[in-house]
Write a protein that binds this ligand. Sequence first.
Ligand code: ADP
Ligand code: MG
Length: 727
Amino acid sequence: MPAIRFAALQQKLNRKPSDYQPEKLRISDVFGENVFNHMAVREYIPGEAYKCLMEAMEHGTKINRDMADQIASGMKSWAMNKGATHYTHWFQPLTGATAEKHDSFFQPTGDGVGIEKFTGSLLVQQEPDASSFPNGGIRNTFEARGYTAWDPTSPAFILGRTLCIPTVFVSYTGEALDNKTPLLRALQSVDSIATEVCQYFDKNVKKVVSTLGWEQEYFLVDAGLYESRPDLKMTGRTLLGHAAAKGQQLDDHYFGSIPDRARQFMRELEYESYKLGIPVTTRHNEVAPSQYELAPMFEEANVSVDHNSLLMDLMNKVAARHDFKVLLHEKPYKGVNGSGKHNNWSLATDTGVNLLSPGKTPKTNLQFLTFFVNSIMAVHDNADLLRAAIASAGNDHRLGANEAPPAIISVFIGSQLTETLNALEKLEKGKLSPEDKTNLKLNVVGKIPEILLDNTDRNRTSPFAFTGNKFEFRAVGSSANCAQPMTIMNTIMASQLRKFKNAVDAHIKDGMKKDDAIFNVLKDYITASKGILFEGDGYSEEWVKMAESRGHNNVKTTPEALDFYVTPSAIALFEENGVMNKVEVIARHEIMLEEYQKKIQIESRVLGDIAGNHILPTAITYQNRLIENVKGLKEVLDTETFNKVAKEQLEMIVQISDYISGIIRNKEDMIAARKKWNKVEDIRERSIGYRTEVFPYCEKIRYQCDKLELMVDDELWPLPKYRELLF
Ligand code: ADP
Ligand code: MG
């Protein structure tokens, strides 16, 4: 067996679960230990500055220079007491990863000594060079400089020995260059209008936040095996590899007992998460072998998004200590389930009410119905934008692949709520009669059970499902930054609630009573949004057909899905809600297309290399052995016997030649296709060209390599096989 595969396998065989033991056993003793949370703020920041920071943390109010200096000084003392030596503005550029540039607190004072210093201005703003981050042309039109600005609504934390300060990242002229800025704007937008709508029901509501609870799926793979697979290393997924004889068909991994090595990794990951205030609560095996899931309690969306980004970063750091690699790619292995990241989404008031949770009284239930129906309407009117929000090269492999929700956006609400909506729709339009009112109170809203969480009524095939007290956006990819889907979700909700409020207010102005007005508008929405509801099997062929007849889009590839970002109506939506201006939207569109095209380009190059440098030589070596063997047979056997027994072997030799020449030809054609499309300036065209003319060669080459894997002597095969990676 080639040395590298042999060494990797032997290493894996010898691995024991790590002897990791958490320092403290009680989670409450460590939770938030490395977070500059309310408790730390109270301890380290004096009177007025404390109030000022609390205001900023809760309401995003501005902090003046003097206060910022005091806050910075307190933050520095706290961080240094915890052993931090450096600080960084921590941000989420459009590369999808997180970025940090560490600066030391220590500053030489020029006389051979120095002091630890951290001022308000260093806390509030920095100027990293923006030119090395994607900017979609904003840099060319304006200036290369960008700056990061402190986001006090997400608490600072310590990672290793560095104080990390969550920040936004914007161009010198104020355009967003990151994932956080549009999210914060969308959250602001939905807050203001949802608060107004809540005031129909409860005047005490002063603020509405969006909540997010993500569920992160991932694969673990042994670090040594990972190192010996150039494709995993360079692209995060296997570009070739025949399916193992056993996959996930026995369903024996799902919720099964977690192997010790993986469990030790999870324990440490959880412990590290707790220290950073990430409220991880769930861990279990997923459907595919070596696939797992981790989920926290939900949190305010901005904090939750930061926590997910932080966690993704943390995962590989911790994995290294257990000789694992974490695969966050949406489809690391062909033929077994890929990974997603469900985004559980809701809205909650500062009075402690989850707006998507049915209440105890008809009044609270009317509020619930208002937000419920408006959510459905928002998805109905903006399904394409939601599709765009989850588009990525990796996720293209999942959506519609009979394992993940399809690329068609629809909403599942369950039978009870379907009945409720049907009943509401039947009401007479206009002023409600006393009988209608009684009927409504007793039989419609009055009958919505307080708890709808019925696990049996869940439809796992829906991309957007109501699960009792929240909507679950299931089509998000595992490597995605949740900021994108959350920005879109909250923007479309804000826009929808604004329309709703205008319509209700218009009725009220015409003399209708408030409740009647709300019912009338909701009734209209129920009728108008019916087409987006689907309760059946989202993976089925019938649904694809039905969706088509309903006029739903079924866009399977990223470059096409991204078109929905830049339609005039999408741009207007972003602008009207103050989420992004046209320059920002266009820039983002370009960045995402470019990322897509580059990913396909890298995959194509890596596969070309592996096929040429690993697979072809191996196939030729094996073929030579067969040829030698046949020659020998010819020597020792009489012609008649030889002709009888050597036939299959000769066929094998020819078959191998077929695959070899096929790989060579496809590789050449693939390179020619890349050359052709590389010349195309327009990034949208180039991306589509890569999708339609380069990508298919990868599939063809893979097919031929995988066939060879089945024929060639296992002793010669250079790459770890699926059975070795997955089991
Ligand atoms: P599953 O989808 O695996 O069956 P659950 O339905 O139990 O899991 O919960 C999934 C996630 O939903 C959890 O991470 C939880 O934090 C989140 N969640 C629960 N309530 C809300 C809410 N009001 N807003 C956002 N997320 C929520
Ligand atoms: Mg879920």
